[in-house]
Each structure stands twice: as C-alpha cells, then as structure tokens.
Design a protein around this ligand. Structure first.
Ligand code: 13P
Length: 250
C-alpha cells in the first residue's frame, strides 16, 4: 500500500514569524496522522521552519534548487546547500518555474540528478495546459515530461521520486480536475513508468495531484485508485484548512 503524501507549496508567501506560528498551529492538528506531511516554503523561511518542525511529523522542503553544486550562479541555491541545513524535500519543475523562469525538461532532469546526489527527495511537477488538454494532447505531453524528467535515474531513484501531476489550468483557478480525470492522468503516468522501469517501481512511486485542492475536495481526490495525495497551493496557507486536507481520512 502506498502512503498518502500531502505537501503544501507556499509559493512566494509567508514571512519567518508567520512560518513559526503556522507550524505551531499545525503541529497538534496533524500529529496523529498516518499521512506524510510536507511544507515547501520560501528559502528565507527554511531555517525557521526546520527549527519549529523539529521533533514533529512535519517535513520541510524547498521550492527549487540549482543543479550545480556551487559556482558563479548569482542568486541561486544548490542541493548541497539545502541538504547542509537539513532540508529533506525539494519541488522541481513546477509549472510556474517552467512558465516564468525558463525551466525546461532538461534542467528538470539535471536538478533531479543533483537532488539525489545530495540526498534530497524530489517532488517533480508535470502537467498539461488547457489548450493541450482541449487538443487531446494531454497524455502525450504528460508522459513526455515524465520520461524526460526521469531519464538516466536508477530504478531505486525513480521509486523515491514523488511526482506531482498538476494540470496547469487547475492551478490557482479554483477549477479542479474531476477526480476521475486526475486519476486517469495519473494512471497514464504510472503505466509509462511501468513500461520503462517495471511494475514494482510503478507500484511504489508516489504520484500526487495538484490544482485547487481544498478540504472540500481532498477526500474525493485522494480516495481514488492512483492518486497518492496532493500538492496544495493556496489552501496550504491556512493551518486549519491545510490540516483538514491532511486529515481527509479521519
Ligand atoms: P493551488 O492549490 O493554489 O491551485 O496551487 C497548486 C499548485 O501549484 C501547487 O504546487
């Protein structure tokens, strides 16, 4: 049985003092869950988040990283730097980074390799745009992104990659993919992984859904056959609402 993994992606929100209060509020609300709880916070909140979440079941992640270990890359942060302060997870290839910051399938792949080389657990995002879905290209687009992101990884690394299927048209729009559509897209991804890496890898890999997940739709989404939890944007910014999503099965 795959575990359910619920991750918050705060994007460019929350200050250190807000981070500390948020985690202090969240901790008692989620301490009894069997689900994995992750908060991916801005770089400037990481240290505070890690300190506040110490000795709790809340894991901390970053939202991006550079693929090189060090060097003349002004403004960038490497996997090695994240690992050095005990960050555990990192989001790679979010559609906002692909759209606004020139992230490509190639850089996503390099970042995944660098994350593993430094002992970070990657959450890699894939998903089609509205026009791609309307033109019937969704399956191809998603499968291609997955294939290119994972290229050259070992079976063991693929097993330890979290994939977040986030249809771009459902992000921040209030439009959620139906649980059936989201589950189907995730089945395409799992089938592709089975084709390349075999059944045991495909059955173990965690594939989340992201895009307007909230407490009112979490249960319907997360109780389908293939959706293993969610990557939550807006609804992860309020501790009570995020706790309800984490506790969708309680
Ligand atoms: P929303 O939950 O705000 O739609 O954002 C989803 C997302 O992009 C998470 O990474």
């Amino acid at each position: 049985m795959r575990k359910k993994v619920i991750a918050g992606n705060w994007k460019m929100n929350m200050l250190p003092n807000e981070t500390i209060s948020f985690i202090q509020e969240l901790e008692p609300l989620v301490k009894d869950t069997q689900n994995e709880v992750i908060l991916c916070v801005p770089y400037t909140d990481l240290f505070y988040a890690l300190l506040t979440a110490q000795n709790t079941n809340i894991k901390i992640g970053a939202q991006n990283m550079h693929f090189e270990e060090s060097g003349a890359y002004t403004g960038e942060v490497s996997a090695k730097m994240l690992k050095a302060i005990n960050v555990e997870y990192v989001i790679i290839g979010h559609s906002e980074r692909r759209q606004y910051f020139a992230e490509t399938d190639e850089t996503v792949n390099k970042k995944l390799k660098a994350a593993f080389a430094n002992g970070l657990k990657p959450i890699v995002c894939v998903g089609e745009s509205l026009s791609q879905r309307e033109n019937g290209e969704a399956e191809n687009v998603i499968i291609n992104q997955v294939r290119l992101a994972l290229e050259g990884l070992t079976n063991e690394q693929v097993k330890n990659t979290i994939i977040a299927y986030e249809p771009i048209w459902a992000i921040g729009t209030g439009k959620t993919a139906t649980s059936e559509d989201a589950n189907n897209s995730i089945k395409w991804i799992r089938a592709e992984i089975e084709k390349i890496y075999g059944k045991d890898v495909a059955e173990e890999v965690i594939i989340q859904y992201g895009g307007s997940v909230k407490s009112s739709n979490a249960k319907e989404l997360f109780t389908t056959s293939d959706i293993d939890g969610g990557l939550v944007g807006g609804a992860s910014l309020k501790s009570e609402e995020f706790a309800k999503i984490v506790n969708y099965n309680r």
